[in-house]
Each structure stands twice: as structure tokens, then as C-alpha cells.
Design a protein around this ligand. Structure first.
Ligand code: 5GP
Length: 197
């Protein structure tokens, strides 16, 4: 069996990554979503172990000490990290792994594992991003501002990614991500592994 590939999805907070990923995962058991650890407070409706592993700073720090993270980063006052073990297990089972992580973490993963595919998701406009952040109703105006500032910084790194998807409609964004994943599996380096097994 060929190992799965890892795909990183980065993009500004509020761009709609979670909605796009929910649609992408519909009816798929060949994909694995990496559940991150975070020190941020759960938002309404978020479930521990489903959306994130919510933990305090001490718990996060001990995972750092145990070298349990594939990557971790600080983002607008909180820590976020990808537990390594589950990613590796899913890939061994032949599943493709999706990491929803911000740009510093993406760079760490890519540096360690250059065969990772990086996809940047952008909003159709900055006004639309602000509308989506406000519409979500989960963050204070101050937090929204910080997230918007951070979004513009992150956007500057988008040209280092392998692919750029604009989330205008969820359907189109999902179609594009599926096309990217399919194309990546059609690369000779991937396909030739099947014949040489
Ligand atoms: P949010 O607080 O909106 O759920 O996430 C904030 C940002 O953290 C998003 O850009 C999201 O992609 C990123 N993020 C989520 N999990 C991880 C992780 O494990 N590592 C890193 N580096 N970023 C993450």
C-alpha cells in the first residue's frame, strides 16, 4: 500500500477554511483531519477532541518537551500545535492527511518534510474577510482587528505555497482542492511507487 500524502491548508482566520474542509471531508474515509492542540478557549459549539484538543499552557509545554509536535506556533496570543503520532499513523494507513495550520507551522512542516503539499486559501476580498470575521460573532472587535492585521502579513507568504485557492464559493474551493490532490497523486514520483512495490 502506498503511504498517504500530507496537504497543508493555510489561510487567514475567517476565510472559511473550516466550512471548506467540512465539505471536503463529506463521505471520505480516505482522508484524515489532523486535530491540533491549542491553548485558546473553545468557541461556542467547539468540542474537545473533535475540533481541537483544548489544553492549558502547562499541558502544551509538556507536549513540546516530549517532542510530541510535528510543528507548533503562537498565533494571536495562543499556542497551536500538530500532534505528530496521529499524522504518521494515518499516512502509514495510506490516508491523505490534511493540516489546517497557519504559515509559521506550515514552514516548519515543509522544512522537515519537503514532500508536503501547501495550499493557501484566500478570501475574494479583504472587505469580505472582515465581513466574515464580524459575522462569525465569536471574537471581540480588538481580536478581529488583530486577526485582520495578521491576515495581511500571512498573505505576503502566499506566493511561497504550491497552490492558491480563492474561497468565493465553498463548492468551487472544494473542487479546486480535490483537483490539486488528484494531480499530486498523478505525479510520477507518486505513481511509480505503485509499480515498484
Ligand atoms: P482559530 O483560532 O481560528 O481556530 O485558528 C487560528 C489559526 O491557527 C488558523 O490560521 C489555523 O489554521 C491555525 N492553526 C490551527 N491549528 C494549528 C496547528 O496545529 N498549528 C499551527 N501552526 N497553526 C494552527
Amino acid at each position: 500500500m502506498t503511504k498517504g500524502k500530507t496537504f497543508i491548508i493555510s489561510g487567514p482566520s475567517g476565510v472559511g477554511k473550516s466550512t471548506v474542509l467540512k465539505a471536503l471531508f463529506q463521505g471520505r474515509d480516505d482522508l484524515y483531519f489532523s486535530i491540533s492542540a491549542t491553548t485558546r478557549e473553545p468557541r461556542e459549539g467547539e468540542v474537545d477532541g473533535v475540533h481541537y484538543h483544548f489544553m492549558d499552557v502547562a499541558g502544551f509545554q509538556s507536549m513540546i518537551n516530549e517532542d510530541a509536535f510535528l510543528e507548533y506556533a503562537e498565533y494571536v496570543g495562543n499556542f497551536y500545535g500538530t500532534p505528530k503520532r496521529f499524522v504518521d499513523e494515518a499516512m502509514e494507513q495510506g490516508k491523505d492527511v490534511i493540516l489546517d495550520i497557519e504559515v509559521q507551522g506550515a514552514l516548519q512542516v515543509y522544512t522537515k518534510r519537503p514532500d508536503t503539499v501547501r495550499i493557501f486559501i484566500a478570501p475574494p476580498s479583504w472587505d469580505e474577510l472582515e465581513r466574515r470575521l464580524i459575522g462569525r460573532g465569536t471574537d471581540s472587535p480588538e481580536k478581529i482587528n488583530k486577526r485582520l492585521v495578521r491576515a495581511k502579513v500571512e498573505f505576503q507568504t502566499a506566493n511561497t505555497y504550491d497552490y492558491f485557492v480563492i474561497n468565493d464559493t465553498v463548492e468551487q474551493a472544494v473542487r479546486e482542492i480535490n483537483a490539486i490532490m488528484l494531480a499530486e497523486h498523478c505525479k510520477p514520483a507518486e505513481r511509480m511507487k505503485i509499480l515498484s512495490e
